[in-house]
Design a protein around this ligand. Structure first.
Ligand code: NAD
Ligand code: UDP
Ligand code: UDP
Length: 317
């Protein structure tokens, strides 16, 4: 029996960087939020400010194990996203993507919940097509150090589409491109947080390789808006759909931009490029524009200012 009319929404990985922003947004919209996280790369601190809210519930749970709850919608975000984190225990990374997808899809099937999958631009690997449209199948090494993440996410997409075709589960698959913003962990290891934290501490800024590789950086608020719009899209809109900011920068340009904003004594130093590091990445977001009426609003200059301000406060506290 339902006593409340509020939507019950499960967010796996809800104590992580993106998950915590999504919890906040969906809670503010008047939903009941169940946040499930095993705190592998996320922390309770990320959602501490939501804990007093009676419509927010935090649960320590690993998605590789079954979960029996009653929900209307599921956002499946559980998975470490930084190469440093996902390569720390690669077997667990694949298990999280694959067993996690099976369990959450089984839950969606039983409860008839809509389910969103946080897929990734990494399904395109080191892309030969640029920018990347959703129709591109990618160039992924199946046995390299990034494969646990890339192939795990690809297999999760396969499971999502098979549960959709075989069991009529309503799926929403987003392919997320590099996203940054407040609440990234200072030791997260991803490039934007690394560069900002290094600049604020006056340490060397570590460019891997010669810094000519490119990424396209999306500010977190824009991305979360895309998530919510995709979940609300009409039945039958399954994705996969790219969500990201198409403005592309070299890693050296990013380092220079961060240093110019923070100031200080940091030097740019080159470190070895990790293997299988994609050379270029830029989303084609024509589908997101057409189907969701979505495009990013916050450009790198403004997003960096907000993120730098957050880390400045965080490092002082
Ligand atoms: P994050 O590491 O901050 O968050 C991931 C969360 O999942 C963490 O709180 C972690 O503790 C939790 N988690 C990991 N394994 C789990 C498990 N087995 N059971 C339960 N919880 C588990 O990373 P993020 O940037 O917030 O990424 C969230 C999702 O978005 C991930 O699925 C990631 O692959 C995807 N994504 C993110 C980006 C990005 O640029 N931020 C890009 C592409 C895809
Ligand atoms: N599952 C879950 N919660 C549920 C329903 C299922 O965690 O509410 C898990 C369960 O571990 C199961 C998996 O999802 O193995 C896949 O479910 P499905 O119904 O597809 O398969 P089956 O139960 O037949 O293995
Ligand atoms: N990178 C870098 N210095 C760092 C961290 C990352 O030059 O301190 C590079 C990394 O090699 C990659 C790019 O920045 O080319 C983006 O790395 P990140 O780990 O943020 O994301 P991903 O490689 O998964 O896109």
């Amino acid at each position: 029996m339902r006593i409340s009319n509020r939507k019950r929404i499960l967010i796996t990985g809800g104590a992580g960087f993106l998950g915590s922003h999504l919890c906040e947004r969906l809670l503010a919209e008047g939903n009941d939020i169940l946040c499930a996280d095993n705190f592998y790369s996320g922390t309770k601190d990320n959602v501490a400010h939501l804990m007093g809210n009676p419509h927010f519930e935090l649960m320590r749970h690993d998605v590789t194990f079954p979960l029996y709850v009653e929900v209307d919608e599921i956002y499946n975000l559980a998975c470490p996203a930084s190469p440093v984190h996902y390569q720390w225990d690669p077997v667990q990374t694949t298990k999280t993507s694959v067993h996690g997808a099976i369990n959450m899809l089984g839950l969606a099937k039983r409860t008839k919940a809509k389910i969103f999958q946080a897929s990734t631009s990494e399904v395109y690997g080191d892309p030969e097509v640029h920018p990347q449209p959703e129709s591109y199948w990618g160039k992924v090494n199946p046995i390299g150090i990034r494969s646990c993440y890339d192939e795990g996410k690809r297999c999760a997409e396969t499971l999502f589409f098979d549960y959709h075709r075989q069991h009529q589960v309503e799926i929403k698959v987003a392919r997320i491109f590099n996203t940054y913003g407040p609440r990234m962990h200072p030791n997260d290891g991803r490039v934007v947080s690394n560069f900002i934290v290094q600049a604020l501490r006056g340490e060397d800024i570590t460019i891997y390789g010669d810094g000519s590789q490119t990424r396209s950086f999306c500010y977190v608020d824009d991305l979360i808006e895309g998530f919510v719009r995709l979940m609300a899209s009409p039945d039958g809109v399954t994705g996969p759909i790219n969500l990201g900011n198409p403005n592309e920068f070299t890693i050296r340009q990013l380092a220079e931009a961060v240093l110019a904003k923070v100031g200080g004594q940091s030097r740019l130093v080159c470190k070895p490029l990790p293997s299988d590091d994609p050379k270029q990445r830029q989303p084609n977001i024509e589908q997101a524009k057409a189907v969701l009426g979505w495009q990013p609003q916050v450009q790198l200059e403004e997003g960096l200012d907000k993120t730098i301000a957050y880390f400045r406060r965080f490092l002082q506290s």
